[in-house]
Design a protein around this ligand. Structure first.
Ligand SMILES: Cc1cc2nc3c(=O)[nH]c(=O)nc-3n(C[C@H](O)[C@H](O)[C@H](O)COP(=O)(O)OP(=O)(O)OC[C@H]3O[C@@H](n4cnc5c(N)ncnc54)[C@H](O)[C@@H]3O)c2cc1C
Ligand SMILES: Cc1cc2nc3c(=O)[nH]c(=O)nc-3n(C[C@H](O)[C@H](O)[C@H](O)COP(=O)(O)O)c2cc1C
Length: 750
């Protein structure tokens, strides 16, 4: 078998080692344009998991690589005059040059033909090869030559970075975040041998231009960085190695093989350097490819098996890398964070590390974080400090004992809008279960505003009396506060209950006339709503006011105005559902006009000391929907209207919306709103457990976490979270009647 490998980087060399081991008779040639000791960059980092794979694939490479490793456990973050250390991370790294040397030696020992200083211009010279491995890196010519098949996309990042080295040997993985008059700059530095560290400087493009780095030579730019980071460099200069200011490019390909050509490593996919996994990906590709070639009967079958085995891992890693990249690109948003919060936000940026991971790695660091969090939450005196989720939070006159919220959930169990025993038990048990705040389901402001015949209402005094019974129970028997979500279903009304066919219209005889900003049905089979005129608007505003007044008498602590999920007010906000030509359609300011009229009327009828929350859909997950810039405008308008907290949900606007689900998937929108415009937010959506809650709250991505489905499965999840974290304070106190519960949960010792 004849094999040509284009590119002698980690991917190309390692695949050659493994191919030669698997197929000793194969004639393998590696073509590399550079000299053997001539490469870009400085050190590379590896994780334990990758090492395990390398060990199994070639113990010899593993032994030599690990011998060359520098090991370290800590991450130091320098920010705002402080250095915060967190430990237990377990990194190892080595010089890229040393890694290549080891792989080159190994290739030579095994009989791979290495042709350095040879540019591969075209694959014609390998016409007789059975297999061509394109390991020619991010600028892969092979990929570009067959781009009609590989279908690559190359997405440039918005930041600029330069990969430098220094003989200042850092003891830890070191992040330095420094602002000056030009902007905010950050450094990712780590040691990789006993005298050298990688030193990557990154900044957003505007800061880069303000600093004049776009006009400076590389050496002048390096001198700028030396001045900026002089305190950390300790007199050591920065060194270049084919270094230049560039934007990171994310490469993705729809296919990784064509005929007998296969892409591996950066040629197929790149991952932002802030998660340090590009080399790992390239080497793991090599392992998987050779494994498939050994297993499958034919080369095409092997190439297809290789893709099947790798694409998901690569996609997951690229997704995490993209989130991490964005965090650094948008770091300016966190400029005013305290160092403690900056560090935990940074560490948890890609969701691969959570609060509890950090606690297990370094309990002392997390105790310090908890102490800081408790102090800024006004409970510095509590020793030991509570986990962040068990700190209090205040909105106007409403004080919550912890940060857990029961997210509003329609129960479809009301009679003519009147709530009953089901709601008492549903809400009552979540109150006993420890949530700091309960938000009762979307409650209609009128009979026509209901989604279904089973929806709760607040449009008669009888409704108020029924709610009062529940609110009184919650206040009497628990420390929880209770709010109600006021809504109008708009074009999504007159539908069947969840279990009878979600969003399916009611049959004639039961159905009612729908209202919406524009006369567009929800779906083909749905009734067409009436486009609201001024009289409709005035009537609906009046209904909101009436509902607010009844909610006040019923004793609710908070009102949440529902402007999400494609219901009436959300329909005004989204360009997909609002096609009005008058002053209530068009720009986002105009689309917000009616929702704000409603909101202002509610605020004016609601006692000053009681807070208002607004739930929004931060994205429609559909082409042509609300943009990120519009979202920020929505949030600013809500802030200006004295909304106390924004409850940040997404979607529900149009049936064709395609949400990108995942753990805590809506939290980034909350983060953006909270930290870009500076107002409290509530996060919701796949926040699965107390570790997620602590992570979101500690990192300043939200002030409260709303959990819906987890509360259906376990009304006591807050109290259980306290127990599981050994927290016994008042923010998770069991009802007296249930005091013995924890003794049954304690596992017998021994
Ligand atoms: C700033 C920065 C820091 C990074 N830090 C890390 C880290 O800490 N850990 C980590 O795992 N990864 C890191 N990476 C990523 C890592 O460098 C790449 O993902 C990795 O090098 C990919 O290996 P590869 O073999 O696919 O490609 P490359 O290493 O790019 O190798 C491709 C090779 O092909 C050669 N070549 C290209 N075209 C031709 C041609 N036509 N003819 C002949 N030869 C050719 C090139 O000269 C090159 O040697 C970092 C990347 C950057 C930019
Ligand atoms: C049965 C059910 C009913 C819901 N009803 C409402 C509602 O009345 N108002 C609302 O804003 N969201 C409603 N939601 C959405 C939830 O509040 C929450 O945003 C969503 O389920 C995501 O959170 P989770 O992943 O914790 O479940 C409902 C969800 C469920 C499962």
């Amino acid at each position: 078998m004849k094999i040509a490998v284009i590119g002698g980087g980690p991917g190309g060399l390692f695949v050659s080692v493994l191919l030669k081991r698997a197929f000793p008779d194969a004639a393998i040639t590696v073509v590399e344009r550079n000299r053997p000791d001539d490469t870009f960059g400085w050190g590379v980092v590896f994780s334990k998991e990758t090492l395990g794979n390398i060990e199994a694939a070639d113990p010899e490479c593993f032994a030599r690589i690990t011998e060359a490793f520098a090991y370290w456990n800590d991450i130091d973050t320098h920010f705002a005059g402080r250095v915060i250390r967190s430990g237990g991370h377990g990194f190892c790294g080595l010089a890229r040059r040393r890694l290549l040397q080891i792989l080159q030696e190994r290739c030579t020992e095994l009989g791979v033909n290495l042709r350095f200083e040879t540019e591969c211009e075209s694959l014609d010279e390998f016409a007789d090869a059975d297999l061509i491995v394109a390991a020619d890196g991010i600028n892969s010519k092979v990929r570009e030559a067959h781009k009609d098949v590989f279908k690559p996309t190359v997405e440039p990042g918005t930041a600029k970075f330069i990969w430098l080295g220094t003989h200042r040997r850092f003891e830890a993985f070191t992040f330095i975040i420094r602002g000056n008059d030009d902007g905010l700059f950050q450094v990712h530095a780590y040691p990789f041998d006993d005298k050298t560290s990688t030193f990557i400087v990154e900044t957003d493009e505007a800061s880069w231009r303000r600093a004049g780095l776009d006009k400076m030579s590389v050496d002048e730019g390096v001198a700028y960085c030396e001045r900026l980071f002089a305190p950390e460099l300790d007199g050591q200069p920065l060194m270049t190695n084919k270094s230049a200011w560039i934007s990171f490019r994310t490469v993705k390909c729809e296919a990784w093989s064509h005929d007998r050509i296969v892409l591996i490593g950066d040629a197929a996919h790149t991952a932002h350097f802030s998660i340090g996994s590009g080399t790992k990906l390239a080497m793991e590709d090599a392992i998987s490819l050779v494994d498939a070639l050994g297993r499958e009967e034919t080369i095409p079958a092997a190439l297809s098996a290789y893709y099947d085995a790798r694409w998901l891992d690569a996609a997951k890693l690229q997704r995490a890398a993209g989130v991490s990249q964005r965090w650094f690109e948008e770091i300016g948003r966190y400029r005013n964070f305290d160092p403690e919060q900056m560090v935990v936000s940074m560490m948890t940026r890609s969701k691969q590390v959570t609060y509890d991971n950090l606690r297990m790695r370094d309990p002392e660091y997390v105790a310090g974080l908890d102490r800081w969090f408790a102090a800024q939450a006004g409970v510095a005196e509590i020793e030991p400090p509570p986990p962040p989720m068990f700190t209090p939070f205040k909105l106007r006159g409403m004080e919550l004992r912890n940060r857990v919220v029961l997210s509003p959930m329609c129960m479809y169990s009301a009679e003519e809008g009147t709530v009953g025993d089901w709601h008492l038990v549903h809400l009552g048990s979540r109150a006993l279960g420890g949530a700091g705040l309960l938000i009762a389901e979307m409650t209609a402001v009128s009979a026509e505003g209901r989604i279904t015949l089973g929806c709760a209402g607040l449009y008669t005094s009888e409704h108020g009396v029924a709610w009062r019974r529940i609110v009184d129970f919650v206040h009497r028997e628990s420390a929880a506060k209770i709010g109600v979500q006021l809504g109008h279903a708009g074009r999504k009304g007159s539908a069947k209950r969840l279990w009878e066919g979600m969003n399916d219209p009611l049959p004639e005889g039961q159905a009612w006339q729908l209202l919406a900003p524009s006369a567009m049905p929800w779906s083909q089979g749905s009734p067409t709503p009436k486009a609201m005129d001024r009289a409709d608007m005035d009537r609906v505003i009046g209904e909101y006011v009436r509902a607010t007044e009844i909610a006040c008498i019923a004793g609710f602590d908070l009102i949440e105005v529902h402007m999400a999920h494609g219901y009436l007010l959300a329909e005004f906000i989204s360009p997909l559902t609002n096609h009005r030509q008058d002053e209530y359609g068009g720009s986002i300011e105009d689309r917000m006009r009616f929702p704000l009229e409603v909101l202002n009327a509610v605020r004016a009828s609601w006692p000053e000391e009681r807070p208002i929350s607004v739930r929004i859909s931060a994205t429609d997950w559909a082409r042509g929907g609300l943009t990120e810039a519009e979202l920020i405008k929505v949030a600013r308008l809500l802030k200006a209207a004295e909304v106390d907290i924004i409850d940040v949900s997404t979607g529900g606007t149009v049936p064709e919306g395609e949400p990108l689900y995942g753990r805590m998937f809506q939290v980034p929108f909350s983060d953006r709103i909270r930290n870009e415009i500076g107002m409290p937010t509530m996060a919701v959506g796949n926040i699965q457990d107390w570790d997620h809650v602590n992570t979101v709250i500690a990192s300043g991505r939200a002030d409260l976490c709303a959990l819906a489905r987890p509360h259906l499965a376990d009304p006591y999840l807050t109290l259980r979270a306290g127990f599981e974290q050994d927290y016994e304070g008042p923010a998770a106190a069991w009802p007296l009647q249930y005091g013995p519960a924890t003794s049954s949960m304690r596992k017998p010792k021994g």
